[in-house]
Design a protein around this ligand. Structure first.
Ligand SMILES: C[S@@+](CC[C@H](N)C(=O)[O-])C[C@H]1O[C@@H](n2cnc3c(N)ncnc32)[C@H](O)[C@@H]1O
Length: 277
C-alpha cells in the first residue's frame, strides 16, 4: 500500500489531473492533500471515483443556533486560526453547496453512490439541494448511542443522505437505516467520526479496488475505512493540521494495522454485527 501526500495548494484554476495517478485495484493506495474541497474536486477527472463518503464542516449550527452573545463553536473574530479554532467551516450558502454537489456529480462514476453527512441545521437548509444532482434513496440516522452536548434536547444523532448517480443496488438487503456506533469520546480531532460509520457506507456500496473520495477528510476516518475495506482512497482537507494527523494515522495503520486515533471498536450491540462484517 502506498500513501501519497501532497501538501501543495494549487489555485482553483490549476488542473492537476496529470499529478493524480489512479492505481490498480490491488494497490489500495491513499492520496491525501491539503486543498480546498472545491478546488480539489475540480482537479479530478470526470467520472473518476466510485463512491463519495463525506462529512463537510457546516456552519449551520453557528449561523442558526445563536445563544446569548456567543456562538457554539469557537471565537469568530479569530476564525480559522489554529490556536482558536481547529478548522474553517464550509459555508452553508446555496451557491457554495450547489457548486460542491455539481462537482461531486461530475467526478462520480455512473451507477455509483454518494453519502453526505448532515447535522440538524444543514439538513434543513442544504439537503433538499442534493435532489438536483442525485437520486436520493435514504436518510440514514447515525445513532451515537451516548448522549452529547446540546442546549435544548441533547444531541445523539447525525443524518446521512444516501443517494445514487444512476442505478446501483446496495450490497445486502438486511442493512437498517439506523446505524448504532458509539461516538468517539475525547477524540484527538474535534469532529472525528468512528471509522465504522464510513465502513458501513463502504459495506453497502463498494467492492475491493473501488476509489473512495472524501474532500473533507479531517482526521482520516474515511481513509482508514477504505483501507480496511480494500479500497483506494483520495481526499483532501483545507487544514494543514488535519492533513498531518490523517497522514500519520494512515501511515501508522499501514505499518502496524493499529489505528492510533481509534483504539476501540464503536460497534454498539451484537445485533448490529450481523450486517456489519
Ligand atoms: C466535520 S470535519 C471532518 C471530520 C472527519 N470525517 C473525521 O472523521 O475526522 C470537516 C473537515 O472539513 C475541513 N474543511 C473545512 N472547510 C473546508 C474546505 N473548504 N475544503 C476542505 N476541507 C475543509 C475542516 O478542516 C475539517 O477537518
Amino acid at each position: 500500500m502506498e500513501v501519497l501526500i501532497n501538501t501543495s495548494q494549487p489555485s482553483v484554476s490549476q488542473n492537476r489531473q496529470a499529478d493524480i495517478t489512479f492505481i490498480e485495484p490491488s494497490d489500495c493506495s491513499v492520496h491525501i492533500e491539503q486543498n480546498d474541497a472545491l478546488a480539489f474536486l475540480r482537479s479530478l477527472p470526470d467520472e473518476s471515483v466510485d463512491v463519495i463518503t463525506t462529512d463537510p464542516a457546516y456552519s449551520g449550527m453557528n449561523q442558526y443556533l445563536k445563544l446569548g452573545s456567543g456562538r457554539i463553536v469557537g471565537d469568530y473574530s479569530s476564525k480559522g486560526l489554529d490556536e482558536s479554532k481547529w478548522f474553517e467551516e464550509f459555508h452553508d450558502t446555496e451557491d457554495n453547496y450547489l457548486q460542491f454537489l455539481g462537482e461531486c456529480q461530475r467526478v462520480l462514476k455512473k451507477n455509483r453512490h454518494i453519502y453526505i453527512m448532515f447535522d440538524s441545521y444543514s439538513m434543513l437548509t442544504l439537503s433538499p439541494l442534493v435532489r438536483r444532482f442525485f437520486d436520493v434513496k435514504n436518510v440514514i440516522c447515525w445513532d451515537k448511542v451516548n448522549i452529547g452536548m446540546g442546549h435544548y434536547f441533547r444531541r445523539r444523532h447525525e443524518l446521512i443522505v444516501f443517494a445514487s448517480k444512476g442505478k446501483k443496488p446496495i450490497s445486502a438487503k438486511n442493512i437498517p437505516d439506523v446505524w448504532r456506533f458509539k461516538r468517539i469520546t475525547k477524540p484527538a480531532y474535534p469532529t472525528q467520526k468512528p471509522v465504522e460509520v464510513f465502513e458501513a457506507m463502504l459495506i453497502a456500496s463498494t467492492q475491493p479496488g473501488f476509489v473512495v473520495c472524501d474532500p473533507f477528510v479531517g482526521s482520516g476516518s474515511a481513509a482508514i475505512a477504505a483501507i480496511k475495506r480494500s479500497c483506494n482512497f483520495i481526499g483532501c482537507d483545507s487544514s494543514s493540521r488535519a492533513v498531518a494527523l490523517a497522514t500519520d494515522r494512515v501511515l501508522g495503520y499501514q505499518k502496524t494495522q493499529l489505528d492510533v486515533m481509534q483504539t476501540k471498536s464503536s460497534l454498539a450491540v451484537a445485533e448490529d454485527a450481523k450486517w456489519f462484517k
